[in-house]
Design a protein around this ligand. Structure first.
Ligand code: PGA
Length: 251
């Protein structure tokens, strides 16, 4: 059984005081979330504050990291540093990293490798651009991102996740149709089976791209969608708590 996973990706938002206020508010609002893994990925500068306020009640994740352990890499941050801030998760290959910071599939692959080695839970982001979708390349692109992103890696053997985030749906208010996202999630699950037979059963597949309080339940109802990666709508503590509340677990 896959445990649902709902992740807030704050991107480059919130100062320390805003982080503290959000954390206090969110702790009051979150309910019935024991059966869901809830993760917040603040900017690196907010990790220590979130840890201090939320303790073990919220999982923390990095939005990115570098593949070396230490050294002369100005502006970068390592897996060990994330772990030392209390992170269990890390987002790898977000489309904004790919598009704005030229992250190729081979860079994504190196980051996946170190995340798995360090036993951080990677959330590998994949998804097509609008042009690729219009050219009927969505499945080819996602397949390539998976194949190259996972090339040569040992199967995680522990919990991890793939987030399907169509680039045209991120921050645009234009979400994918839940049925279409389900078809892609099922495709991703099947593709994972070509790497390793056991991957499809334990990999959590998330949808991301303009998830809101209004549409979240329709994504969560899909058979192959195990949660969401949420940007804009996660910036408000009440909205994020309400979205998490939309996930119906069996009891
Ligand atoms: P959005 O971002 O929810 O603001 O569309 C999602 C993401 O980038 O992970």
């Amino acid at each position: 059984m896959r445990k649902p996973l709902i992740i807030a990706n704050w991107k480059m938002n919130k100062t320390i005081s805003e982080t503290e206020q959000y954390a206090q508010e969110f702790l009051q609002l979150k309910k019935n979330t024991e059966r869901i893994d809830l993760v917040i990925c603040p900017p690196f500068t907010g990790l220590a504050k979130l840890r201090a306020v939320c303790k073990e009640q919220i999982n923390l994740g990095g939005q990115n990291m570098f593949w070396e352990n230490s050294g002369a890499y100005t502006g970068e941050i390592s897996a060990d540093m994330l772990l030392s801030c209390g992170c269990r998760y890390v987002i790898v290959g977000h489309s904004e990293r790919r598009r704005l910071f030229n992250e190729s599939n081979s860079i994504v692959n190196r980051k996946m490798k170190i995340a798995l080695e360090k036993r951080l839970i990677p959330v590998l982001c994949v998804g097509e651009t609008l042009q690729e979708r219009e050219n009927k390349l969505a499945y080819d692109i996602v397949s390539e991102q998976l194949r190259e992103g996972l090339a040569g890696l040992e199967p995680p053997g522990h919990s991890w996740a793939v987030a399907y985030e169509p680039v045209w749906a991120i921050g645009t208010g234009e979400n994918a149709y839940p049925d279409d996202a389900q078809v892609m999630a099922a495709f991703i699950r099947a593709e994972l089976g070509t790497f390793n037979k056991s991957l499809p059963s334990y990999t959590r597949i998330l949808y991301g791209g303009s998830v809101t309080e209004n549409n979240a339940a329709a994504f969560f109802a899909q058979a192959d969608i195990d949660g969401a990666l949420i940007g804009g709508a996660s910036l408000n503590a009440e909205t994020f708590a309400n979205i998490a509340g939309k996930y119906k677990t069996d009891d």
